[in-house]
Design a protein around this ligand. Structure first.
Ligand SMILES: Cc1cc2nc3c(=O)[nH]c(=O)nc-3n(C[C@H](O)[C@H](O)[C@H](O)COP(=O)(O)OP(=O)(O)OC[C@H]3O[C@@H](n4cnc5c(N)ncnc54)[C@H](O)[C@@H]3O)c2cc1C
Length: 402
C-alpha cells in the first residue's frame, strides 16, 4: 500500500497539519507512546498557544526569519487559530500581556481538541519511531516496526530541547539522509550559565527593565527587559528572548539599575551632598535591593556602614561600575532540560516560504521547530508550528485535488 501522506511527529505542527488532511489516506507516526508530549508541558501545562494582536506585531518576534515565515503566518493567523479552537468548543483567555491560553488553562484540552478533530480520519501509530527516510519514486519510511511508502511526507519532529518529550533532533538526521542542508541545533529561549557567578547565592532576585549590552569582540546589541538571577547564571525575559543570539564566551555588560551610568553618578553625588550622615549602604539601596547592595559592597571590600561623607572617589567609581556595567562571561547558553526551543534546524533556503516544501524533493515538507525558525516567548512558537503545519497540509490537499 502507498499512503498519500505520512506525518512524522505528533507535536502541534504535525497535529495541525493532520487537521487539514481529512479525506486523504494519512498515517501519523509518533515515536513516544503518547502524542504531543511537549505541547502538554507548554506554558507550564497551561499552553500559551499564541499571542493576540495584529500580525505586524509578530514581525520582530522571530529574529531575522520574519520574511521567510510571513506568507504562512498571514495565511493562518493567530485569529484563525483562536477561531478554530473556539469552534471546537475550547474557549480562550488573553492575559494583560496578550498571551492566549485555553480558558481551562489546561494544555490537555488543546491536545484533546486536535485529536478529536483528526482521530476518525487519520491513522495514528504511537510508539513507532521513524529511523530512516529515503526517496525512490515514492518516499520510503522505515520505522522500528515496519517499512512504509508514501507519496508525500511531512517531517514535524521538533527540535532538541526537552528530549524526554521525544524531540531529539531526528528531522536533521532525515534531512542529512536526503542531502538537504541544515543549520546545527543550539538552544534558544533559555537561561544562560556564566563563568565566575558572583551572585549565585542571590538566586531568585529579579530586576525590572535592566539593560544588557552584548559583545562578541564588538558590540552586537542592547537588550532591555526583566532579569532574574539563578544559581548558575541569569534568566528572565531579557535573557531568554535574547539567548538565540548568544554564544559561549560572549560578554554581557549588565546595568542592574534604571539609571544610565552618568545619571547614577550625579544622583549619588547629590545624595551624598544632601545626606552626608547616611550610610553608604542606605544610599545604594535606592538603586538595587538590599541583598544586592550587600553582596556588591562585600565583593569590593567596601564597608557599607561608613558615612556618605567618607565615601571616597575610587570606591564610588567601583560600585557605580558594578551597578551599571557589570561584566558577565557566558559559559553556556542553555541545556537540553531548560531551553524552551532550539535554534538551527532545516535551512530555510531549502524550503518554499509559502508551503515549506523542499526545493529539492517534491512532496517532502519540513514544518515546526525542526525548521531553522525560533520565536520569542509568548505563544509565538506554537503559532509558528500551527501556521507552518497548515501551510504544508493545504499545499498537499491542493495537489491531490488538482
Ligand atoms: C517546557 C516548555 C514550555 C513551552 N511553552 C511554550 C508556550 O507556552 N508557548 C509556545 O508557543 N511555545 C512553547 N514551547 C515551545 C513549543 O512547545 C515548541 O516550539 C513546539 O512544541 C514545537 O512544535 P513541533 O510540532 O514542531 O515539535 P514538538 O512539539 O517537539 O513535537 C515533535 C514530535 O515529533 C516526535 N518525533 C521526533 N522524532 C521522531 C521520530 N523519529 N519518529 C516519530 N516521531 C518523532 C516527538 O516525539 C514529538 O512528539 C515550550 C517548550 C517547552 C520545552
Amino acid at each position: 500500500m502507498i499512503w498519500d501522506v505520512i506525518i512524522i511527529g505528533s507535536g502541534p505542527a504535525g497535529l495541525a497539519a493532520a487537521t487539514v488532511l481529512r479525506g486523504l489516506n494519512v498515517l501519523l507516526l509518533e515515536k513516544e507512546n503518547t502524542v504531543a508530549n511537549k505541547l502538554r508541558l507548554s506554558g507550564a501545562g497551561q499552553c500559551n498557544m499564541t499571542h493576540s494582536g495584529q500580525l505586524e506585531d509578530f514581525e520582530d518576534k522571530y529574529g531575522d526569519k520574519w520574511r521567510f515565515i510571513r506568507p504562512s503566518m498571514k495565511a493562518y493567523t493567530n485569529e484563525d487559530m483562536i477561531r478554530y479552537f473556539k469552534k471546537q468548543g475550547c474557549d480562550v483567555i488573553v492575559t494583560d500581556k496578550g498571551k492566549v491560553f485555553p480558558k481551562s488553562l489546561k494544555a490537555d484540552d488543546v491536545i484533546d481538541v486536535l485529536i478529536k478533530d483528526i482521530n476518525s480520519s487519520i491513522k495514528i501509530n504511537t510508539s513507532e519511531p521513524v529511523i530512516k527516510l529515503l526517496y525512490d519514486d515514492n518516499y520510503r519510511i522505515e520505522t522500528t516496526k515496519s517499512v512504509y511508502q508514501s507519496k508525500c511526507v511531512i517531517v514535524a519532529t521538533g527540535g532538541i530541547s526537552y528530549p524526554k518529550t521525544g524531540s531529539t533532533g531526528d528531522g536533521l538526521k532525515f534531512a542529512k539522509m536526503l542531502n538537504v542542508s541544515v543549520k546545527p541545533y543550539g538552544y534558544a529561549l533559555s537561561p544562560i550559565y556564566v563563568k565566575e557567578h558572583l551572585f549565585s547565592e542571590l538566586m531568585g532576585l529579579s530586576f525590572e527593565n535592566v539593560s544588557i549590552d552584548h559583545f562578541r569582540g564588538k558590540k552586537i546589541n542592547t537588550y532591555v527587559g526583566d532579569l532574574l538571577i539563578t544559581h548558575f547564571g541569569y534568566s528572565g525575559p531579557s535573557i531568554i528572548n535574547a539567548s538565540r543570539w548568544m554564544e559561549k564566551s560572549d560578554r554581557l555588560y549588565i546595568n542592574f539599575t534604571s539609571y544610565k551610568r552618568e545619571e547614577l553618578e550625579n544622583d549619588l553625588l547629590l545624595q551624598i551632598k544632601n545626606s552626608p550622615k547616611k550610610t553608604v549602604r542606605t544610599l545604594l539601596t535606592k538603586y538595587v535591593q538590599n541583598r544586592m547592595v550587600d553582596k556588591m559592597l562585600s565583593s569590593l571590600s567596601i564597608d557599607g556602614q561608613i558615612l556618605a561623607s567618607e565615601f571616597n572617589k575610587k570606591n564610588r567609581k567601583d560600585i557605580i561600575n558594578m551597578l551599571t556595567n557589570y561584566e558577565v562571561i557566558i559559559d553556556q547558553v542553555g541545556k537540553s532540560h531548560i531551553a524552551m526551543v532550539s535554534k538551527g534546524g532545516i535551512s530555510t533556503t531549502e524550503l518554499s516560504k509559502k508551503n515549506f516544501e523542499s526545493k529539492k524533493y517534491k512532496g517532502l515538507y519540513f514544518v515546526g521547530e525542526c525548521v531553522d525558525v525560533d520565536g520569542d516567548t509568548g505563544g509565538y512558537n506554537i503559532q509558528f508550528a500551527f501556521s507552518s503545519g497548515i501551510a504544508a497540509a493545504r499545499h498537499i490537499k491542493e495537489r491531490f485535488n488538482d
